[in-house]
Design a protein around this ligand. Structure first.
Ligand SMILES: [Zn+2]
Ligand SMILES: [Zn+2]
Length: 398
C-alpha cells in the first residue's frame, strides 16, 4: 500500500515543497496564524474538503467522509489527524532563499513541515475516498506555549468533530530521515514553572543582625530543590527542577541586603503523582525555609502542558503504520521518553491516541536559528498519515 501512496503523491511533491517553503517564509506566532490558516483552508477547499475555521481563534478543521459503506451492524469510525501551524520568536540565521521574511519570527520547530505533510495527506485521501468513515484534519494554532490544542478543545473540537482516536506527529532532527520513534505511555514531560519569593527587612550589609536577610533563604531554597528530586521523588520515577532566573538587590549596591529575592525555574515530570508531589514540596520548601531563616517564603507554581501520554492500542497502530512506511528496522517502538513537552498532550487527555517522532536527519536541532525542516521526509510523513487513517477506519469494518 505504501509504495502506492508514495507513487501517488510523487506528482504533487513539488507543490508540497513549495507550500512548505511559502509557510516557512511567512512565519506566524501563537494565535496570529491568519495567513497560514487561510492557506490551509484554501487548499482544503480546492481539494473538495469541507472546511471549518475559527476554532481556538485561528484553528482550522477539514472534514472528509469516505465513500465506502460499513457492513450493517458496524458503526462508522472517525479519526482526528493533528498538525500545528505556529512559528517561534527566533531570528532566523539559515540564509536560505526562502528564509523568514518576518523579523524575529521563524519556523524553527518544523511546524511548517507538519502543516504541509497533513495537507499532503488531505489531498491524497480526497483523491482516494475508498474508505469507510470520517477523517478530521485538525490544524491547530499556538503549540509553542499558547495552549492552542486546549483552546480548540474548549471551542468544542471533539463535540463538533467526534474522533474515536487522534494522532499527532513531530519531525525531529538527530535521527535518520524518514525513520520513526515512539513509545507507549509517557513520551514527553509535563512542563510547569515556579516563582519563589523571599521577603525580609533587608538592611545595611555591615549589620545583618539588625534585620532579616532573604538571600540566605534563597540560597537554601535553590539547594533544597535538588533535594526534592533526589529525596522525595522515587528512584524509579523521573523529575527535573532547574533554576532559570534569580533576582534581588541592585548591581550598584553590594553593601545593601535586599528586602526581597526571587527565584524562578522550570519543573518537568511524567506522571500526575510526581507532578503533584513536586508542586507540593516546592511550596512547602519555600515556606519552611522562610520560617527557618526568619523571612517570608512563598512559592507560586504554574502548570504548563501536561505529560504527553500515548495510549497502548493507538501506539500499536501507529507503530504498524510506521513499519509499513519505513520498514521494521527504521521504527523504534520503545524510544526513551524526552523531557520536552507538547500541547498535543491535551488531545491525548481528551481522546485515545498516539504521538510519533519522524526522523529529520542530521542538522541543527529544533528551536535554534539554523534549524530547517527536511523536505525529503514529506513522502514518509504523508504516507504515515494515510496508513494511520486506513488502519484506524478499517477497524469499523471488521
Ligand atoms: Zn517547538
Ligand atoms: Zn514543535
Amino acid at each position: 500500500m505504501t509504495q502506492d501512496v508514495i507513487d501517488a503523491i510523487r506528482p504533487y511533491q513539488d507543490e508540497l515543497v513549495a507550500i512548505r517553503r511559502d509557510i516557512h517564509a511567512h512565519p506566524e506566532t501563537r494565535f496570529e496564524e491568519v495567513r497560514t490558516a487561510a492557506l490551509v483552508a484554501d487548499k482544503l477547499r480546492e481539494w473538495g474538503i469541507e472546511v471549518h475555521t475559527g476554532l481556538g481563534k485561528t484553528g482550522v478543521v477539514g472534514t472528509l467522509r469516505g465513500t465506502k459503506t460499513v457492513p450493517s451492524g458496524n458503526s462508522q469510525r472517525s479519526v482526528g489527524l493533528r498538525a500545528d501551524m505556529d512559528a517561534l520568536f527566533i531570528e532566523e540565521q539559515t540564509g536560505l532563499p526562502y528564509a523568514s521574511q518576518v523579523a524575529g519570527k521563524m519556523h524553527a520547530c518544523g511546524h511548517d513541515g507538519h502543516t504541509t505533510m497533513l495537507l499532503g495527506a488531505a489531498r491524497y485521501l480526497s483523491e482516494h475516498r475508498d474508505f469507510a468513515g470520517t477523517v478530521h484534519f485538525i490544524f491547530q494554532p499556538a503549540e509553542e506555549g499558547g495552549h492552542g490544542a486546549r483552546e480548540m478543545i474548549k471551542d468544542g473540537l471533539f463535540e463538533r468533530f467526534p474522533c474515536d482516536a487522534v494522532y499527532g506527529m513531530h519531525a525531529i532532527p538527530g535521527f535518520d530521515a524518514g525513520a520513526f520513534a515512539i513509545t507507549s505511555g509517557a513520551m514527553m514531560a509535563a512542563s510547569d514553572s515556579f516563582t519563589a519569593r523571599f521577603r525580609g527587612t533587608g538592611g545595611h550589609g555591615s549589620a545583618p543582625d539588625k534585620g532579616t536577610d532573604p538571600s540566605m533563604a534563597m540560597a537554601h531554597f535553590i539547594l533544597g530543590t535538588q533535594g526534592i528530586v533526589g529525596r522525595n521523588v522515587s528512584g524509579l520515577d523521573s523529575a527535573v527542577i532547574s533554576v532559570g532566573h534569580v533576582a534581588g538587590g541592585a548591581w550598584g549596591s553590594p553593601n545593601i541586603i535586599p528586602a526581597e529575592m526571587v527565584v524562578r525555574g522550570t519543573v518537568r515530570s511524567y506522571t500526575p503523582e510526581v507532578r503533584d508531589l513536586l508542586e507540593r514540596r516546592l511550596v512547602e520548601l519555600a515556606h519552611g525555609i522562610g520560617l527557618a531563616q526568619g523571612v517570608e517564603g512563598v512559592c507560586e507554581y504554574v502548570r504548563g502542558y501536561p505529560a504527553t501520554v500515548n495510549h497502548p492500542a493507538q501506539t500499536t497502530l501507529a507503530v504498524a503504520a510506521a513499519t509499513e512506511v519505513a520498514g521494521v528496522a527504521r521504527v523504534d517502538a520503545g524510544m526513551t521518553p524526552v523531557m520536552g513537552s507538547e500541547d498535543f498532550a491535551y488531545m491525548l487527555e481528551a481522546r485515545p491516541g498516539a504521538y510519533i517522532f519522524l526522523g529529520n536527519g542530521k542538522g541543527p536541532y529544533v528551536h535554534t536559528p539554523l534549524y530547517n525542516f527536511n523536505d525529503e521526509v514529506i513522502p514518509a510523513g504523508v504516507s504515515w498519515w494515510v496508513a494511520v487513517t486506513r488502519r484506524e477506519l478499517e477497524q469499523g469494518q471488521e
